[in-house]
Design a protein around this ligand. Sequence first.
Ligand SMILES: Cc1cc2nc3c(=O)[nH]c(=O)nc-3n(C[C@H](O)[C@H](O)[C@H](O)COP(=O)(O)OP(=O)(O)OC[C@H]3O[C@@H](n4cnc5c(N)ncnc54)[C@H](O)[C@@H]3O)c2cc1C
Length: 420
Amino acid sequence: MVDVETQSILVVGGGMTGLTAAIEAAEAGREVYLVEKNPYLGGRVAQFHQYFPKLCPPYCGLEINFRRIKSNSKLHVLTMAQVESVSGSKGAWDVRIKIEPRYVNEKCTVCGKCAEACTREIDNPFNYGMNKIKAAYLPHDMAFPLRYVLDPSLAKSAEGQAVKDACPYGAIELDMQPKSVELKVGAVVWATGWLPYDAKRLDTLGFGAYPNVITNVMMERLSAGNGPTGGKILRPSDGEAPKTIAFIQCAGSRDENHLPFCSSICCMASMKQATYVRAQYPDAKVYIFYIDIRAMDRLESFYADLKKDENVTFFKGKVAKIEQDGPTGNLVLRVEDTTAGSLNMINVDMAVLATGMQPNTSISQQPAFAQRDDYGFIASQEVTPGFFAAGCSRSPVNVSEAVQDGTAAALKAIQSVVRR
Ligand SMILES: Cc1cc2nc3c(=O)[nH]c(=O)nc-3n(C[C@H](O)[C@H](O)[C@H](O)COP(=O)(O)OP(=O)(O)OC[C@H]3O[C@@H](n4cnc5c(N)ncnc54)[C@H](O)[C@@H]3O)c2cc1C
């Protein structure tokens, strides 16, 4: 007889890595619990406009995974949930999970009446705060699970009752409380991914001080049809179409004072974003300032093709400082040309900082026993018998590598519960 408790697998993090690990393990017959701290699955990829190499919209890949989840009764998804503690050993992990209240139950039909009745607004976390949304909100139009959420500030306010009364389906529960769930599982896959390096710490590059300096993750949202500008790349200062855009590579990466490592993705991400600009604005000029371009394997041809575009200039140089040119909102970049050894002042309408991928494990205490490397990534695939790290929690990887690593982790986890 199968011991359901100790043969089951916990996957922490519902990005591409964790989704893959959870689905593969469930389809191989394991009972799987997938724990995700956001109110939706998909991780950072859900926030992209397109993803390389094929430049498909993220929902090409995510939709298939969501369908696989829906048709598998062995996979249990917990959103707005985080692991509070984990202890034990291979075959017998005791896990305590905290689930934050969503204030909206499964009766939600996504009719939007709650949002219509709501006047309170919050910064939109899905768009990195670039616009406001109602405090009763759908995280985004393709969210899985497709269900509204109430911001705690609304649920606890007098307005919460009016929003509840507006729901014709009895889906709003203002008295929902945080819950603790205890699980016993046989193996754990840790796939908590990455966060963008905090660009405010790059004090010479003007992020936060000058509105037209944005980051690469913001650029994904600005370009996406379900983003704050409906997919139009516009200058935040005045809503104008930019005529010149600079991409600043290694913004904080390969720098002892910030992220000493190379995220290996940012060059490709900027080149991809250059194609967004060129598709919208055929006359726009794009500069890519780089130390050296890293486009690995088959992605080299993406780089080679972009180099043929006469409106795209690859400039080998380090951007030392960005300043704003008075009330125009334009930016002046001070760039050291590392080939010629000269100093250049270059004017652009907008700048995108290619900040790197910092592991979430570098800022979180969990799992307490997992050894980190010098940069905060989990140091090995098998942390301890029956406990595995995968995807960006152990190395900066692209989506196809995340999927491979998630699959590998699922296999290791299954082997560890089977071989006991
Ligand atoms: C600007 C930019 C553009 C990129 N574009 C591309 C591209 O075009 N193509 C490509 O192949 N790659 C691209 N990448 C890389 C891509 O983002 C990663 O490969 C992918 O996100 C890795 O998935 P992941 O699941 O490991 O991590 P994530 O996507 O970060 O997912 C981790 C998940 O874990 C959740 N989580 C975190 N902590 C906890 C916790 N404590 N408890 C529960 N859940 C938690 C998070 O909410 C998230 O849902 C890009 C990267 C950047 C920086």
